[in-house]
Design a protein. Structure first.
Length: 328
């Protein structure tokens, strides 16, 4: 297997990452394929990549444009992933269904010429290569260059980044024009809901074991979008220094924030709500006691159609939220 890995890795050097130098500009001009990726590098190749291995969410985005990867890796069982509901992966090899573990040997046999995943600025890594991923799995990057748009300050930017990548790979970006129009209408409705019932405060949480994790909007572009469109999503005061996606409190401190609306991480729904319900302090969280709870699409949105569905659902929740419940 070492020999096959070396062979595939050697072929990957046909794709290069360039900075903004004159030499790179000349290289870009000669390339059949170029893409400005989320890590700030521009990648080029003499031929358009066709054998793509992608993180499952990235694959879902590319498949909207008719680009089908040869393999995918996921953060957990695909059949249980709320972000992958309805996606048809028939005929696509699955080389991982557990976060941090990818079957690199199986990937090498597929001779990929591109790996695709989100770029995560807080971790300076692409999906599947973050801190905590087993070192053997990170060898996937030896098979082909890794690219993808950044998880920045808006899911819209992420979706459009995948549209740009799909276009660079030969797809027609106008394929999602109708979905974009429906999404724009959903955004307008979401904004209208916040105007009709102004001042709703919301806390995005993920209870687990004995901890009460509060999402930090700065690192969750969907929450930044919600703030931008009128929902007062709470910014926790003290993000975890080593993993700033969250502020983690003990369950005994879970009533420190008192919003009008509790939004549970939907990736483990209804588990998070069950964990909080079992904690004695839950009765002291006024929104939870009042039944003002819902879910939020945590870190998995990659298409306009999914975002439209979530915004439409949340708009109705916002319209029905009693703003006298919280104390924020």
């Amino acid at each position: 297997m070492l020999s096959s890995l070396a062979l595939v890795a050697a072929s990957a050097f046909a794709l290069t990452a360039c900075s903004g130098s004159t030499e790179s500009s000349e290289s870009d001009a000669d390339a059949a394929w170029t893409f400005a990726s989320g890590d700030g590098e521009t990648y080029t190749a003499p031929d358009v990549p066709t054998r793509i291995i992608a993180h499952a969410y990235a694959a879902k985005a590319l498949m909207e444009f008719g680009i089908t990867p040869v393999a995918v890796y996921a953060d957990g069982p695909i059949s249980e992933d709320v972000g992958l509901e309805g996606v048809d992966f028939d005929g696509i090899e699955v080389i991982g269904e557990e976060w941090g573990k990818i079957d690199v040997a199986a990937a090498a046999e597929l001779a990929p010429d591109l790996i695709v995943g989100d770029w995560w600025p807080a971790e300076d890594a692409y999906s599947g290569f973050e801190g905590g991923v087993e070192e053997e799995s990170k060898k996937l990057a030896e098979l082909a260059p890794v690219v993808g748009p950044s998880q920045g300050d808006s899911i819209v930017g992420l979706i459009e980044g995948y549209a740009d990548l799909a276009e660079s790979l030969g797809a027609d970006p106008d394929q999602i024009a109708d979905a974009r129009a429906e999404f724009d209408a959903a955004v307008a409705d979401f904004q209208a809901a916040n105007e009709e019932n102004p001042g709703v405060s919301a806390l995005a949480i993920s209870p687990w074991d004995v901890n009460y994790a509060i999402a930090v909007p700065e690192y969750a572009p969907e929450l930044l979008d919600f703030q931008r469109w009128g929902l007062a999503v709470v910014d926790p005061e003290t993000p975890d220094p080593d993993f700033p996606y969250w502020e983690t409190l003990s369950m005994e401190q879970a009533d420190a924030y008192q919003p009008d609306l509790i939004m549970f991480d939907d990736r483990n729904a209804p588990g998070g709500e069950e964990i909080l319900a079992a904690a004695p302090i839950s009765s002291s969280i006024t929104a939870f006691a009042a039944g003002q709870t819902t879910t939020w699409p945590a870190y998995w949105l990659h298409t306009y159609s999914d975002y439209t569905q979530q915004l439409s659902r949340l708009a109705e929740v916002i319209r029905g939220t009693d703003t006298s419940v919280g104390a924020l």
